[in-house]
Design a protein around this ligand. Structure first.
Ligand code: DP6
Length: 329
């Protein structure tokens, strides 16, 4: 490749319902278990990658600012694709999130999904969605799921080289158009990465092995709930998975406490909405934001109840979103 090549892509964050928290291989970033997620609409990362023989170094800009802290991971992602394309050109990567970065809204998921999609296209690589998912996984485990739309399952895989560890779509968004109300309780970026947190949990939580074992029970139940559009079953599996994950986070040494006071208030508010007959459940990732999953007709009411809580800065209502896609003609 001698000429400069440029491509742009968009990807959406995803929210895990059956959570991933633990790796079987750190180097290849292989998850210890499978996971199930929903891809969101509304929230998105848009990324342009330009390879140029004139560039001396890779550069990465996020939301208008150079981002040297994330550059090594971005470059490592580009290196894997450059190797496939047999190209040594450095790149300029410009990325925009329309939501807060690294505060538990899965910005790394949409970020790496958009990055590998755009970089592969710019390098002229015709990768399948599964191959893109494998590339995205090496940037961030949850990013493997953001390649796909709607309801998505990630396979842990068994092979040492990770070639069977990728995601696939369980059902498109219109199979069951759920809504997600995100209650933002803090715009602060988290102090510790998920990778560091997972490693701490693996090494120190006395409950880590039970956590991994239990996921094998949750996965088929969540798959069935999605297939049958069984809201009650999906609510019970998802809340249980979320609370079990936070239990192993809390029981790590030192404990990982991702919640603030408003996070806990949101949990109680969502439980009481459900007691009053609304179809809604919560999930929370490695940050203080609360995601309430509900039927679209109830989303405004859920958002109103969560906005009224002290410490909730704002809410964002999303639906289920599409696959990572090209922004070029
Ligand atoms: C709590 O995908 O960010 O959101 O693979 O180390 O980059 P790395 O981790 P990451 O972890 C996501 C953890 C989670 C649960 C989930 O999305 O399944």
């Amino acid at each position: 490749m001698s000429l400069k090549r440029r491509a742009s892509a968009r990807a959406h964050p995803n929210i895990a319902l059956v959570k991933y928290w633990g790796k079987r291989n750190l180097e290849l970033n292989l998850p210890a278990t499978g996971s199930i997620s929903i891809t969101l609409d509304t929230l998105q990362t848009e990324t342009t990658v330009e390879f140029d023989p004139q560039f001396k170094l890779d550069r990465f800009e996020l939301d208008g600012q150079p981002d040297p802290a994330r550059l090594p991971a971005v470059s490592a992602c580009l290196d894997r694709l450059r190797q496939l394309a047999r190209c040594s050109h450095r790149a300029r990567v410009v990325s925009h999130n329309n939501f807060p970065t690294a505060a538990g809204l899965a910005s790394s998921a949409s970020g790496y999904a958009a990055l590998v999609h755009a970089a592969a296209a710019a390098l002229g690589l015709a990768l399948s969605a599964a191959e893109l998912s494998i590339q995205a996984r090496q940037g961030s485990g949850s990013a493997a799921r953001s390649i796909f739309p709607g309801f998505v399952e990630m396979q842990a895989g068994q092979l040492d080289d990770g070639s069977d560890s990728f995601a696939s779509c369980l059902a498109p968004p219109d199979h069951w158009p759920l809504a997600v109300v995100v209650a933002i309780t803090s715009d602060q970026a988290k102090s510790q990465s998920s990778s560091q947190g997972m490693e701490l949990t693996r090494l120190s939580s006395p409950f880590y092995s039970s956590w991994l074992q239990d996921i094998e029970i949750d996965l088929p139940q969540a798959r069935r709930a999605i297939k049958d559009r069984d809201f009650e079953l999906l609510a019970s599996v998802s809340e249980h998975s979320c609370l079990k994950m936070h239990a192993v986070m809390l029981s790590s040494k030192p404990g990982l406490v991702y919640w603030n006071g408003a996070t806990v208030e949101c949990i109680h508010a969502i439980s009481s909405l459900r007691q009053r007959g609304l179809a809604v459940f919560f999930t929370i990732d490695a940050g203080p934001q609360v995601k309430a999953i509900c039927l679209p007709e109830d989303a405004e009411q859920v958002a109103l109840a969560l906005t009224a809580i002290d410490g909730v800065q704002r809410t964002v209502i999303t639906g289920l979103g599409g696959a990572a896609c090209s922004l070029d003609q």
